[in-house]
Design a protein around this ligand. Structure first.
Ligand code: FAD
Length: 348
């Protein structure tokens, strides 16, 4: 089902130039730009042929400089890297970041500002939109023109085509799974994008103070691939019954070089931390292979994984809704199926 939202207003399009200028709000970690931000660069390609792309990086310390060099050489579409180097941006808090976006927009007059749909983009973009007095369009999965976007609604059960009729800049968050970025070659030094420091002289101390404050970061130190970008995801549901039993899912993931996912029921029961939750209120994934063990297939879970290329489900109930989206299904007891798989699969 596709619905058209937003009345078409001729007047608002009359003065729009055909060329677009896009600002990407980028996340970086360990001296590299995150893949979700490079997916935003991929998405920008669909805004039009004559589109210049600037990437905004903020933070402090040597890892920011490293991330800037990475940004300048990793993607052919990036023409400029803007660097906001200040301890105000050490942590990605919404208040200073939103003000930064406002400052950068005053100078750059971008037609579009894009961030990934993860917690970084979802945190910053609404506040930046309020400062710029525009309405953001979130969770975009398809760009059909510079002002025409597709996004899922009703937990992914319908797709909505939205025409943006507001004034510039048009703010978007995009689902990185819909705009995959594949690194082929990096640019040579002579061909690298320009790196420019953002003038923060108009940025006052008060601009950095907001209602949120950084307390701590808790993340799992794991060798496994990142859930959002993994090629294979192995997910366990409530049927695993305990955190101890859930280690079967982890062992299987290890053998297949996969990321581990979980349903909200498994997270709520305390089997795994909530960063592993897949679904409407968790992570959105679209791996090449998604294996679901003891997962009923509630619509809120399907909203986060139904775009996976191949779905395999193991459930003892033949009528479980997960089988409606599965390409391969086993009606059986996961406590028998997983040990058999572990035995037959070679070590990685
Ligand atoms: P259950 O629904 O209890 O299903 C367990 C399944 O395991 C059953 O199908 C059963 O047949 C099968 N089973 C039992 N024993 C075995 C066995 N030994 N071997 C094989 N199969 C077995 N859920 C999410 O996952 N992600 C979300 O982001 C999310 N967001 C939500 C947001 C809202 C606003 C709401 C209201 C709900 C949300 N939920 C979300 C919860 C969702 O509705 C379901 O409750 C949840 O997905 C169910 O998890 P489950 O499949 O693990 O558990």
């Amino acid at each position: 089902m596709r619905a058209m939202v937003g009345a078409f207003r001729k007047r608002s399009f009359a003065n729009r130039s055909l060329s677009t200028r896009t600002l990407i709000l980028a996340e970086h970690e360990g001296g590299s730009v995150k893949a979700s931000s490079l997916s935003a660069v991929e998405a920008a390609k669909f805004l039009g042929e004559d589109n210049s792309v600037s990437l905004l990086l903020a933070g402090s310390g040597p890892s920011l400089e490293e991330a800037a060099s990475h940004a300048a050489s990793c993607h052919p579409s990036i023409s400029q890297v803007l660097l906001a180097d200040s301890d105000k941006f050490t942590y990605p808090l919404a208040e200073p970041w939103a003000k930064l976006v406002h400052v950068v927009q005053q100078k750059g007059r971008y037609s579009h500002i894009i961030a990934g749909s993860g917690s970084f983009g979802k945190n910053i973009l609404p506040r930046a939109a309020a400062l710029l007095d525009v309405s953001p369009i979130t969770d975009v999965t398809e760009i059909s023109g510079s002002h025409l976007f597709v996004r899922p609604i009703y937990a992914g059960n319908a797709l909505c085509t939205v025409r943006y009729t507001g004034s510039d800049p048009c703010l978007l968050t995009i689902r990185s799974t819909s705009f995959p970025w594949v690194s082929i070659t990096s640019r040579s030094d002579s061909n690298a994008a320009l790196i420019e420091k953002v003038d923060l002289s108009t940025f006052s101390e008060d601009d950095a103070i907001g209602k949120s404050k950084y307390i701590s970061l808790s993340s799992q130190d794991t060798e496994r691939p990142d859930l959002g970008n993994a090629r294979v995801v192995i997910t366990g549901g409530r049927a695993l019954k305990s955190a101890e039993n859930f280690t079967m899912i982890e062992k299987l993931a290890e053998k297949l070089g996969a990321a581990v996912g979980a349903t909200r029921a498994a997270v709520d029961a305390g089997y795994v931390p909530n960063e592993l939750q897949v679904g409407q209120t968790g992570k959105i994934v679209a791996p090449e292979l998604y294996m679901a063990f003891g997962v009923s297939g509630a619509i809120q879970h399907l909203a986060g994984m139904r775009d996976s290329k191949v779905i395999v489900a193991v459930n003892k109930d033949a009528d479980a809704p997960i089988f409606q989206v599965a390409d391969y299904g086993i009606v059986g007891d996961l406590f028998k199926v997983i040990p058999e798989l572990l035995e037959k699969l070679p070590d990685k």
